[in-house]
Design a protein around this ligand. Structure first.
Ligand SMILES: [Zn+2]
Length: 477
């Protein structure tokens, strides 16, 4: 049983797998006071989970603060709903994520519109809720400790997942008791655009540390990732192909553009081959990356290839029909929405096109079906039946997630790991990573998070895993 003389932290994830990222935490103190916070507040993007978007199994008005680990919609997309439902604390994030959210969050109205159509319900939140959310973002510089409540101190550290991403350390103190809790968010040890410093020695030495860690690629070994992009693109360009690269607007599109610039510099690609970028957000993020306003490596602000042209609805048809060789980079990453979805039906049926996916292909998505369909067979794209004629390629090399070895290496740096909680991963992946951590890392407990159960943590030991969620079952079944 819980001792009333100890701090205790209850931990409850609201997501079981990779979207809708949100972890709700309640800290109970020996003086019978309580503090509550949430780590991320993302949108559920898979159809089978979409109904979870519509409500929270806690009172947003009772939260003291929220931490946002990075600018991805599956970590930020329900922040405006929190605000609409009465949250009035601060949303702590990095200085760069604050700038990035001012581009990405207003676009949330499209996802909200789509959800309201599918569920036949009023929109989840309004453009005014989005503006109110942007107004309570509280940017915190890296490596500066900030007191965020009476008993909680927060420090952000660099994280290579995407520009602006952080690892969050929360130090929860009550008199002589202290509970140390580290949240990776989505994590990557490096990023071509960023200088990622090691965690300082005092963090590695923290006693009884709890880590909440992502596990998206926890079953993928680094050795399985092939850096094939430039070779595949170069050979098709030499044969006069149009190369079409669906890429996520933020971070992936810029990494792909930089890879193309490197091909030009290495003489793998003639600079006279035109490069096109299509997608309003992809263009806005590209301009922001180049503007010097983000904390990127200074040399990387010059990441754009020669002969780069932006595409809009005015010239899209002309670009689509112009002869190859040419390269078109367009969002979204799996070509299911945005400008990329307008190219896909036409390009999938053309034998002079290489479609090179640069993001994860989710099972059941159109891009997944297209990738796996044999050439010459029918594929349904945007409601049309298309005979697949295009060449299709895919790579994980632009992924912003740590692979299995990186995650093990990350955990091994801590001197006194009490427990690791795995979140943000598909269940079989979490299970595989859990087994590997038990084998390779010195740690007392390795737990998988789920919306079906919660955990209660003390300053020096994990009290219990509860079989039931701390919320009423109907919402968390
Ligand atoms: Zn992410």
């Amino acid at each position: 049983m819980k001792s009333k003389s100890q701090i205790s932290l209850q931990l409850q994830t609201l997501h079981n797998e990779v979207t809708g990222s949100c972890t709700f935490c309640i800290v109970d103190y020996p003086d019978l006071t309580t503090e509550r916070f949430a780590l991320d507040c993302g949108f559920f993007q898979h159809d089978e989970e979409r109904e979870y978007n519509t409500s929270f199994p806690f009172q947003p008005s009772e939260l003291d603060f929220v931490v946002v680990s990075h600018n991805h919609f599956d970590h930020t997309g329900r922040l405006p709903l929190l605000v609409k439902e009465g949250f009035h604390g601060a949303i702590y994030t990095s200085e760069d994520t604050e700038k990035l959210l001012s581009i990405s969050l207003p676009k949330a109205k499209e996802a909200v519109h789509e959800l309201s159509k599918k569920l036949e319900t009023p929109p989840l939140y309004s453009p005014e809720d989005i503006q109110a959310t942007l107004g309570i973002l509280m940017p915190i510089p890296m490596r500066e400790k900030h007191q965020v409540t009476d008993h909680i101190w927060l420090t952000f550290f660099e994280n290579g997942h995407v520009p602006g991403a952080v690892i969050t350390l929360l130090e929860i103190c009550f008199k002589k008791q202290k509970l140390n809790f580290l949240f990776t968010g989505d994590y990557n040890p490096q990023n071509v655009f960023l200088k990622i410093r090691e965690l300082p020695p005092w963090v590695k030495k923290l006693p009884n540390l709890y880590v909440l860690m992502e596990s998206t690629y926890g079953s993928l070994s680094k050795n399985k990732v092939r850096n094939t992009f430039s070779k595949t693109v170069a050979s098709h360009i030499r044969n006069g192909f149009t190369v079409f690269c669906p890429a996520f607007a933020f971070s992936s599109a810029q990494k792909v553009l930089y890879a193309i610039k490197q091909m030009q510099q290495n003489h793998q690609l003639d600079p006279s081959v035109p490069i096109y970028l299509d997608g309003k957000q992809a263009i806005a993020f590209t301009e922001l990356f180049a503007s010097g306003q983000l904390n990127l490596l200074p040399l990387m602000e010059d990441f754009r290839p020669e002969n780069l042209h932006y595409v809009s609805s005015d010239n899209r048809k002309e670009v689509m029909e112009s002869p190859g060789p040419k390269i078109i980079v367009s969002s979204s990453g799996n070509a299911s929405r945005g400008a990329a979805s307008l190219y896909l039906p036409s390009f999938a049926g053309r034998s002079d096109v290489l479609i090179h996916f640069t993001g994860h292909l989710f099972e059941g998505s159109t891009s997944y079906e297209l990738y796996h369909a044999p050439e010459g067979t029918e594929v349904t794209i945007g409601g049309q039946s298309i005979t697949k004629r295009a060449k299709i390629a895919s790579t994980h090399q632009f992924s912003g997630h740590a692979k299995q070895e990186d995650l093990i290496h990350f955990l091994k740096q801590f001197r006194d790991l009490n427990a690791v909680f795995l979140n943000h991963g598909e269940v079989p992946v979490k299970e595989e990573l859990q087994r590997l951590i038990r084998k390779k890392v010195h740690v007392r407990y390795v737990c998988m998070t789920s919306r079906e159960y919660s955990f209660r943590l003390g300053p020096t030991r994990l009290y219990e895993k509860k079989d039931r969620s701390i919320f009423y079952k109907s919402l968390c079944a």
